[in-house]
Design a protein around this ligand. Structure first.
Ligand SMILES: [Zn+2]
Length: 263
């Protein structure tokens, strides 16, 4: 059974001490490794070059829009030319962080979504506390024909069907296994099966400690999420959907291949 992680950040420095072990596992899953800005694109690129299980995605995350150089766009275009199968992301909108410059976030988002639409690349989208604006912008903009991923979808269940019509896929992360996220977890029982994906968002979004099969800590002893928690997610989502893990895996594989175009 081959598993697909629709979204993680394997390039993240918090995984430095663990990355070799993670990648030397012969059953390493196929994973979309998403960059977040000029600072980490080179690491994402070299992971993709060295490991066939890594599908790269390049973009500017809404948290980092203020830190990009005036050349960010040229640098992004150069990487896209070098990696014709790469996705665009992580891009998005976030009103949750302090001092969010939403106007600047919108400019970066629109510009990067346009690149995804132009090349028909999968866009990986982050959204926190900005769902109305996100839907409005998606509706008003050219979108990639193959669709886009709303990663770690935290929006309302009522918005799912209109987002589906715009081309959305939805991925669920281990964080939603926490008791306090029960309502969001239940939303994933209603996502159309042909738009459902699974992610770890490692090193972020770890599951509750009591059910965490792969507890992991960074250099400073802080809890982080292990990409191998993908298996826990497949088991948990299969239970939620009343399916066998094998049936779910076949569905997710088809969805992943349609959106990200990878075997
Ligand atoms: Zn992410």
């Amino acid at each position: 059974m081959h598993l697909f992680d629709a979204h993680n950040h394997l390039q993240d420095a918090r995984l430095d001490a663990h990355r070799t072990a993670i990648l030397s596992n012969p059953t390493a899953h196929t994973m979309v490794v998403a960059g977040s800005g000029e600072d980490d694109w080179a690491e994402v690129a070299s992971l993709a070059q060295a490991h066939s299980c890594v599908l790269p995605s390049f973009g500017v995350h809404p948290w980092y829009v203020k830190e990009q150089s005036p050349e960010w766009r040229e640098r992004l275009e150069a990487l896209l030319a070098q990696f014709p199968k790469a996705g665009i992301g992580e891009i998005g909108l976030d009103r949750w962080i302090e001092n969010a410059d939403v106007d600047l976030q919108q400019r970066f988002f629109i510009e990067q979504l346009a690149l995804a639409a132009r090349d028909n690349r999968a866009a990986s989208i982050h959204c926190l506390r900005a769902w109305g604006l996100m839907e409005e912008m998606l509706r008003a903009s050219p979108r990639p024909e193959r669709g886009f991923l709303l990663h770690s979808y935290g929006g309302p269940a009522e918005m799912v069907s209109s987002l589906v019509k715009l081309g959305a896929y939805f991925s669920v992360s281990p964080y939603f296994l926490h008791e306090r996220k029960a309502k969001q977890w239940a939303t994933f029982a209603e996502i159309p099966l042909n738009r459902l994906l699974i992610e770890t968002d490692a090193p972020d979004m770890w599951p509750p400690t009591v059910i965490n099969p792969h507890p992991l800590h960074d250099q400073e002893g802080k809890e982080i999420n292990h990409p191998a928690n993908l298996e826990l997610m497949y088991e948990s989502v299969a239970k939620l959907r009343g399916m066998t893990v094998e049936d779910l895996a076949a569905v997710v594989q088809g969805n992943f291949q349609r959106l990200f175009g990878a075997a």
